[in-house]
Design a protein around this ligand. Sequence first.
Ligand code: TRP
Length: 431
Amino acid sequence: MAASGSAVGLGNIWGFPTNAASNGGAAFLFTYLILAFALAYPALMAELIIGRYARANAVTALRTISSGNKTRLLALLVGFIGIVTVSFILSFYGIVSGWMIAFFFDPVARLLGASQLSAWLTNDAVMRNSLFVVLFMLLTIYIISAGVKEGIEKWASRLMPSLIVILLLLIVYVLTLPGAMDGLRAYLIPDFSLIADPSLLVDAMGQAFFSLSLGVGTMLIYGSYISSNENLPTIGSLVALLDVGIAVMAGMLILPAMYVALASGVEIYDDSGGLIAGPGLIVSVLPSLFSTMGAIGVFVAIAFFALMTIASLTSSISMLEVPVAYAVEHHELERHRAAMLIGSAITAISLIIVFNFDPLFDLVVTVTTEVSQPLLGFAFCIFAAWIWQRSEILEEIKKGCPEVESGIFWKIWPVYVKFICPVAILVVYFQ
Ligand code: TRP
């Protein structure tokens, strides 16, 4: 549940539908499904297996499976770049999540008749952004300092079921509104002329890696907390299925909602004629849609932004856990202090970005998710398949899945992470 909570986040409910909207709807969905299972799932398994074998954070774990001096140095480098990357990912993720909390309070304020407060909450300003990123980071720090069982597991298993229920209710409701079917059509009828477009491939791969939280040691550290009796290939496929399932479902909410907004007179196309994606979608199109719905719109807005906040929180805790686990295990810092110190440092970076939004925000997003993450994913495959002993991998998986050697997983996966994944990642990357 915690690993699914990490995977399911803004990437699914926001990133996936908007990527699909701007990349030919079902053509993107189709490519994404293939890449998620063919590329991202094997990479996810590599992280989970390494983590459970080493029972440690990424730096220590990669060093454990390396033998020579050079590979140990490489392990240190990859582990560290992962820690830095995930910290920067959290710094922008926290800002966007802060907006979600602000927009959650907006309908509450309107319900109470506090119209000035409502205007303040929805107006994109440095003060509001700073306050809410700090609030969101405090929640994240609070859960992480409570520990793995009492913090991460407890909150993930509370929040994830609520997320699924809210999402389903919202889909059912939006699909009954006028215009929704046009959105469903735009989402589900593929425009195959776009499928060979290199930018579609790059977007779909980036989306799959981001969505499964790969390359930075998040899944590795969660893997290190999984009991040896558990069947790793099954756990990995459940996480991937739930992640993809929720992304696909979120598409059935967001795209119909955009066309419902169009039918009620809200602008959903940007200047260049494409569908509004990016921040504009969630913080302008959807709130205007909710406000055309009258009284019920207030409750729909509360439900929607509660959904976004919950999804963000189960992901942000998995990000903060990466540097915190390293500090606790490697430098013997007490968990509480580590969470406080590292969480504050990342919040400081978020604030720097908030104060210099235009030059920094896109830059941090691009460098971390489009440059660093795929390369780290590539490195993890190299570690799992080329540096680590195959017999040790098999032993590790066998602990919770004794029959693995005769099953389909062991026939395909080793070849896959060894040849197909690294080559495919590089090809898509250089495209
Ligand atoms: N997967 C999450 C989402 O879809 C975000 C996330 C959590 C993440 N942990 C990560 C992304 C580590 C990259 C790396 O929103």
